[in-house]
Write a protein that binds this ligand. Structure first.
Ligand SMILES: [Fe+2]
Ligand SMILES: [Fe+2]
Length: 285
């Protein structure tokens, strides 16, 4: 048995348009590898429909490891509905205990940071927004951790743009990153942009690592369906983006791919089974 801690970082499954081949593969990987925790960073569903949440709950209950879930912008009930304001997480009812949950495993704490708001004073409500309350709540949880426990923050939207085709444009993200850097968090896990990344962001509070997971849906952007595998040996956090072996990106696509999606691959063109995310900077302290 390895003495390394392993966390699987999944995101943007988008039940309703999920990639079942990818999900079957991830489930098999979870059963074989038995990660210490699974973090799902939002957009569990496509349109926050009840049958999509039912499918999400069934899949999540079927993986027999500790799970924490962040809500994504697709998981809030539809626009202009009172329930979106009064109880935005209502559709998670059947598995609410897993949502915005702090999960502590062997010296690491997964700490939630909510980046969703019911409404925004801009046209595109899909983008991220960190309220003072959400940030204070996250920081208080980090500050209350036992000494020696390192925090991995879980959020849906990247707190700053990460060079991906999709954007998050998260309001107050820079301030949040600065505060998280001051607390020497191990990293900030996010989703939303459907492409994996691993970058070190410089802030006035010091460097902070931003780690994004791709999607496990057919709504892919530039890279195939994937998830991130994180390992922690007590000193170094390693991140590997993993995608399915032998399945071309084109086969995973649906007709409604975004305009910025990659062009179809040639028949038989191989896809690397394991993609090491390029780093722009060495890990922080
Ligand atoms: Fe998404
Ligand atoms: Fe999203």
């Amino acid at each position: 048995m390895s003495d390394k801690l392993t966390i699987f970082h999944l995101s943007d499954i988008h039940f309703g348009i999920e990639d079942n081949r990818a999900l079957d593969w991830v489930k098999a990987e979870i059963a074989a590898r038995r990660p210490d925790a699974v973090a799902i960073t939002g957009d569990l569903t496509m349109r926050a429909r009840r049958h999509e949440f039912a499918a999400a709950e069934k899949w999540i209950r079927s993986i027999d490891v500790p799970v924490t879930i962040e809500p994504g912008n697709h998981d809030l009930p539809g626009y202009h509905l009172p329930i979106r304001y009064l109880n935005p997480l209502s559709r998670f009812e059947a598995f609410r205990e897993l949502v915005e949950r702090r999960l502590e495993v062997d010296g690491i704490a997964l700490v939630p940071l909510n980046t969703n708001v019911p409404a925004q004073p801009r046209l595109n409500w899909s983008k991220g927004w960190i309220t003072p309350h959400a940030l204070d709540d996250c920081l208080a949880q980090i500050d209350a951790l036992p000494s020696g426990t390192r925090a991995l923050v879980t959020a849906h939207h990247p707190l700053r743009e990460a060079g991906t085709h999709g954007t998050a444009l998260t309001r107050n993200g820079a301030k949040a990153l600065e505060e998280l850097a001051r607390r020497n968090v191990l990293g900030v896990l996010s989703g939303h942009v459907h492409d994996a990344f691993d970058i070190m962001e410089q802030t006035p509070g010091g460097p902070v690592r931003m780690i994004g997971a791709g999607t496990l849906s057919h709504r892919i952007r530039s890279t195939p369906a994937s998830f991130n595998e994180l390992t922690w040996d007590g000193a170094t956090l390693s991140v590997t983006a993993r995608n399915m072996e032998g399945v071309s990106s084109h086969d995973m696509m649906v007709e409604e791919v975004p305009e910025d999606a990659m062009p179809p691959r040639e028949e038989g063109e191989p896809v690397a089974p394991v993609h090491h995310i390029p780093r722009t900077d060495p890990p922080g302290e």
